[in-house]
Design a protein around this ligand. Structure first.
Ligand SMILES: Nc1nc2c(ncn2[C@@H]2O[C@H](COP(=O)(O)OP(=O)(O)OP(=O)(O)O)[C@@H](O)[C@H]2O)c(=O)[nH]1
Ligand SMILES: [Mg+2]
Length: 195
């Protein structure tokens, strides 16, 4: 390996890898919201995206600890690198007006008017198809804003129509587009997918 390639390779290893979080359907959006509450606590980030007093000192001398999940905005605050998608608006609207409303960028949210009624086909092909392009555009923008994209984390249920149908079709496209490897952490989920 030539020296320049090796240096680039080493820098890549040292730089923090950035993760894009995608939450699909009611269960996915709710689980995602709960995860962000936890991530904020772990990173000492407050409800408006600012770091609490002594937050930097407690975690790290620089801000690299934050970049895996959070992006910095123009005001120097931290914003979750995430996308919430649902075919009906109520669950996402709860977050839009809830306690974390000032944490998330408005571009994080994408909702339509009617859910997929627990039907995979509607989530994947009919109603889901109308939001798929918008969702992929938002995911592309989030990924392009990363210096060193490391992967995607999805949260979604496997029984609702939006989470299963739209979630699955987004994962398939991302898998092809970004040549990602799928890791399934839950053995029962793996068995269900195989069957
Ligand atoms: N753990 C958890 N499971 C949930 C939650 N909300 C719904 N579920 C489960 O998710 C499954 C239904 O999927 P949903 O996520 O509600 O459906 P959806 O993806 O919104 O799809 P449609 O509503 O059919 O468009 C059921 O098994 C619910 O019990 C939640 O907040 N937490
Ligand atoms: Mg739903």
């Amino acid at each position: 390996m030539s020296l320049s390639v090796w240096i680039l390779f080493s820098i890549n290893l040292i730089r923090m890898r950035e993760i894009v979080n995608i939450h699909v359907g009611q269960a996915g959006v709710r689980m995602g919201h709960a995860c962000w509450e936890l991530f904020c606590r772990e990173h000492n980030i407050q409800l408006d995206g600012t770091v609490s007093e002594n937050g930097f000192q407690e975690l790290s001398a620089d801000n690299t600890m934050y970049s895996s999940f959070f992006s910095g905005d123009s005001k120097g605050n931290y914003r979750p690198r995430s996308l919430f998608v649902d075919l009906e608006p109520s669950i996402i609207d709860e977050i839009r007006i809830g306690s974390h409303r000032n944490l998330f960028d408005s571009q994080c949210f994408l909702s339509e008017k009617e859910d997929a009624s627990n039907v995979f086909y509607i989530g994947a092909y009919t109603a889901g198809a109308s939001v798929k392009e918008d969702a992929l555009n938002k995911i592309r923008r989030l990924t392009e804003n990363c210096d060193n994209p490391g992967g995607f984390i999805f949260t979604h249920s496997i029984s609702g129509g939006t989470g299963s149908g739209l979630g699955q079709s987004l994962k398939l496209i991302i898998h092809i587009k970004y040549q990602s490897k799928a890791l399934h952490f839950s053995p029962p989920l793996k068995i269900l997918i195989l069957s």
